[in-house]
Write a protein that binds this ligand. Structure first.
Ligand code: PNW
Length: 487
């Protein structure tokens, strides 16, 4: 694909610093399978995916990539690719089947084997405590609308920290609380599938609080010298028309500042509280919460895929709502009733998300200008495309997967990272989403983000051309030339 003229992000040969971390990321529910084994309790994603009509084709994570049973094979794959780091998440319902109470040793053992397997292969373990698989029992008691869930998260963090805290290199509390709150409780596109604007904002706060309580708990039990972080999917907004600034202010408040400001400055943005006053009075925020949420962070994880176009609705024309999210009935933007979401110019990935590497560079620069002493890491970036699968007897698997468009996407976004480094951003690394094709939430298995293909009939792993390309990147710390198969 080609971007607009002048938009040159083909940084072939650019070199990253020696300590720049190049790795990949996954999440528990998306790859593990073994949904009912070794004492794992049900999560909201089990319930959601087993509810007809919620996920494409009725797909579930019951088997997924069967990573739970193929751990050693997948660890060897990571070693073959030369990954410097691997970001994974821990399934809360494997550790506490109902979200509270004593630890399930079999669950801890699985992650302990994973961490040990990474360390013997020289791969840094980056562990996320919560990548959306909330124990169903906690949802039954209100889920993220209930303060008790934040408190339970602190207990869970203490259990996992005590078990793995001698070996994990980086702890991440939450992955993308924006998705958990607004897609889970606002739009209904994600589990638990609720469409309640006030609940979405209560969820925002209780996720923020869980982050703070989780960090406090981790720091009280972890013994090793480690880093503490959180991963946010910060949005890059493009404003259009009269009132562009106002549309950006409102959406930036809901998507970015409502997480960044409490976590890094210890307060909620007053304009967001005012914008959402007709939705909720925020009485779930108690004295002292903002200070609890604001715990020291060693690195901020940033997930970036695309940009979002907004403008103020004129109140007359048909309302535009294409914000790139699956339409599940509710709005993921509580209180932003006057904002329209515009389909941005292409090119697009198979998610329908527009490709704009400049957005990543701008995002990294703007966050680091706002928080100059805070190191950043790109904890997810990548793309779904329709991969071309061809027989190729020269490959170990007998099959080659040509995905030049994914290589091109990665090249351009890595170039954006390099430009951010040149502009003084303290960027520590880049993790590609994802190691494997996997359960893409509401889209089931219909969207493939992996640099390694998974054959869902045989569960065989087949490295795509992008995996070979990424391995070359990880080996040399240089952005490789053309797709390697073309040479
Ligand atoms: C992130 N949206 O999810 C997640 O962290 C991954 O688990 C996921 O597979 C990946 O990005 C690709 O989607 C998102 O609707 C899901 O804007 C949805 C949205 C953004 C991120």
């Amino acid at each position: 694909f080609d971007l607009a003229p002048g938009d040159d992000y083909r940084g072939t040969g650019l070199r990253f610093p020696d300590n720049f971390v190049l790795g990949s990321a996954t999440a528990s529910y998306q790859i593990e399978g073994a949904a009912r084994e070794d004492g794992r309790g049900p999560s909201i994603w089990d319930t959601f995916s087993h509810t007809p009509g919620r996920v494409w084709n009725g797909d579930t994570g019951d088997v997924a990539d069967d990573h739970y049973h193929r751990l050693d094979e997948d660890l060897d794959l990571m070693a073959d690719l030369g990954l410097h780091a691997y970001r994974f998440s821990i399934a809360w319902p494997r550790i506490q089947p109902t979200g509270t109470g004593p630890a399930n040793q079999a669950g801890l053992d699985f992650y302990s084997r994973l961490v040990d397997g990474l360390l013997v292969r020289g791969i840094r373990p980056i562990a996320t405590l919560y990548h959306w698989d909330l124990p169903q029992a906690l949802e039954d008691a209100g889920g993220w609308t209930n303060r008790a869930t934040s408190e339970a998260f602190g207990d869970y963090a203490a259990i996992v920290g005590a078990a793995l805290g001698d070996r994990v290199a980086t702890w991440t509390t939450l992955n993308e609380p924006w998705c958990s709150a607004y897609l889970g409780y606002g739009s209904g596109a994600h589990a638990p599938g609720r469409t309640e604007p006030a609940s979405a904002l209560a969820a925002v706060h209780h996720l923020n609080l869980a982050h703070g309580l989780g960090l406090q708990a981790l720091r009280s039990v972890v013994t090793a010298q480690t880093e503490y972080s959180v991963t946010l999917n910060l949005h890059v907004f493009r404003g259009f028309g009269d009132g562009a600034e106002e549309a950006v202010r409102q959406t930036d408040g809901l998507a970015n500042r409502v997480f960044l400001q409490p976590m890094l400055e210890g307060s909620y943005p007053a304009d967001v509280l005012a914008d959402t006053a007709s939705v909720t009075d925020w009485s779930f925020v108690r004295d002292g919460d903002a200070r609890t949420i604001c715990q020291p962070l060693d690195v901020l994880g940033v997930n970036y895929y695309s940009t979002t176009g907004v403008r103020l609705w004129d109140g007359v024309s048909p309302r535009q709502t294409d914000d790139g999210h699956k339409d599940a009935g509710g709005s993921p933007w509580p209180g932003a009733d006057r904002v329209e979401f515009l389909r941005m110019p292409g090119p697009y990935t198979a998610m329908g998300w527009n490709i704009e590497p400049a957005g990543l560079e701008e995002l990294l620069v703007s966050v680091s200008r706002r928080y100059p002493s805070l190191p950043l890491m790109v904890t997810e970036n990548g793309a779904a495309f329709d991969d071309e699968v061809v027989e190729d007897p020269t490959r170990p698997t007998g099959v080659a997967v040509h995905d030049d468009d994914r290589i091109d996407y990665l090249r351009r976004h890595l170039t954006a990272c390099h430009r951010a480094l040149e502009r003084g951003v303290d960027l520590r690394g880049y993790l590609v989403w994802s190691l494997l094709d996997n359960f893409e939430w509401g889209y089931g298995y219909s969207r493939r983000f992996g640099i390694v293909r998974v054959d869902y009939d045989t569960l065989e792993r087949i490295p795509k051309d992008s995996a070979r390309w990424f391995a070359e990147l990880a080996r040399t710390s240089r952005i490789p030339a053309e797709p390697l198969h073309a040479r």
